[in-house]
Design a protein around this ligand. Structure first.
Ligand SMILES: *Cc1c(COP(=O)(O)O)cnc(C)c1O
Length: 389
């Protein structure tokens, strides 16, 4: 039973290797604290859970949903954009519901990429951008996210021949894994680039509401002309601790949205209507759960950044997202460092290479564990003599 080439080309799941090491450490009696998982540890706010319970009692939700998403859900997304971002969207033609944004991020390449076409993909980055490209038979051009550029891609360094043959550009700010944010001027350059080379912009805004210290991330769709050149992917996963529910959306250019909806209508049958109903409650209900979420992550971030400072790291406090991205100490790869930290302190960090070749030399700490656990981690690192220099 020989699998297809495209399956053979898929890298082993990043965390599979780490999971093996964790299992081994646990078997050896080490108490492991996992700072590798980017999945909110807090439950979904109760009023959203209740909305699902109520919706599921209505037999109308038991039938196939509307492919593009319930009109009421799309309307609620449009109102949300209007209220929070000052962006006007037509719910009928400019929004499609997704089974989590990852689904749309994978499927969008099927809409635009033919064999040999390029997609411009941030590196390090969320793996689905490059995987989706490869599954569609396309080529990945890696845009390095370098610290000296604030972890933004340098658009001027993209070779002209590549830009001319590129179909999509993936972007993601606030960024996983680097925690970087993008200024308005960057998005303006992106819109100009997209116009010049006829590239569709796919902005992944999964962390747009996860921001700290009164910082408010700019979203791509807020930029003038953005709707002419691309779409934005959004998700309830991080904003409302709903990763398991699988609900997101794409919004923006109507031609791109129509293409994505067309592919989807041929391979899936949409999001469970009761989940969409709960999504409406999330978007339109009380938003104080967001402030609580932001406060919680900001406190954890401070523990991590201060802990790293104390061990000799020099880094800034990320303004958004749920990660701290830090360089491995001189003289060891991030993988060696991660293995050392697991063995000596029972702490799991993710080596940056898992997010692409330009992630080498870095590791990622996720803020999805309790503050007390984080404090314990740093006490252990200190006791184990682990330092940056
Ligand atoms: C968590 C995350 C998402 C959200 O994915 P869903 O499929 O909506 O759960 C999207 N992009 C990035 C970069 C993420 O880290």
């Amino acid at each position: 039973m020989k699998t297809a080439q495209r399956i053979q080309g898929l890298p082993p799941y990043l965390f599979a290797e780490i999971d093996k090491k964790i299992a081994k450490a646990k078997a050896a009696g080490i108490d492991v604290i996992n700072l590798g998982i980017g999945d909110p540890d807090q439950p979904t706010p109760p009023h959203i859970v209740e909305a699902l319970q109520e919706a599921v009692n209505d037999p109308a939700t038991h039938r196939y949903p509307v492919y593009q998403g319930m009109p009421a859900f799309r309307q609620s997304v449009a109102s949300w954009y209007n209220r929070h971002k000052g962006v006007a969207l037509d719910p009928d033609s400019e929004i499609v519901a997704l089974i989590g944004s990852k689904e749309g991020l994978a499927n969008i390449s099927q809409c635009y990429v033919d064999s040999g076409d390029y997609n411009l993909v941030p590196d390090p980055g969320y793996p689905v951008y490059s995987i989706g490209t490869m599954l569609a038979g396309g080529e990945v051009y890696r845009m390095p996210l370098l610290q000296q550029n604030g972890f933004l891609p340098d658009l001027d360094s993209i070779p002209t021949e590549i830009a001319q043959n590129a179909k999509l550009m993936f972007l993601n700010y606030p960024n996983n894994p680097t925690g970087a944010v993008a200024p308005r001027s960057f998005y303006e350059d992106v819109v100009a680039f997209a116009r010049q080379y006829d590239v569709v912009i796919c902005h992944d805004a999964a962390y747009s509401e996860v921001a700290f210290d009164n910082y408010r991330p700019v979203t791509f769709l807020e930029i003038e002309g953005a709707k002419d050149v691309g779409i934005e992917f959004h998700s309830l996963s991080k904003t409302y601790n709903m990763t398991g529910w699988r609900l997101g959306w794409a919004a923006g250019n109507q031609i791109v949205i129509e293409a994505l909806a067309r592919i989807k209508s041929n391979v899936d049958s949409g999001v469970f209507s009761a989940v969409q109903q709960a999504g409406i409650t999330a978007l339109e209900g009380p938003q104080d759960c967001i402030f609580a979420m932001q406060k919680l992550y900001a406190e954890r971030r401070d523990v991590v950044v201060e802990g790293l400072h104390e061990l000799g790291w020099d880094l800034e406090r990320p303004k958004a997202a749920i990660y701290v991205w830090a360089p491995a100490p001189e003289g060891c790869t991030a993988q060696e460092f991660a293995a050392h930290v697991l063995e000596k302190a029972g702490v799991v960090v993710t080596p940056g290479i898992g997010y692409g070749q330009y992630g080498e030399g870095y590791f990622r700490i996720s803020l999805c564990v309790e503050k007390e656990q984080l404090i314990t981690c740093f006490r252990r690192l200190k006791d184990a003599g682990i330092r940056y220099s």
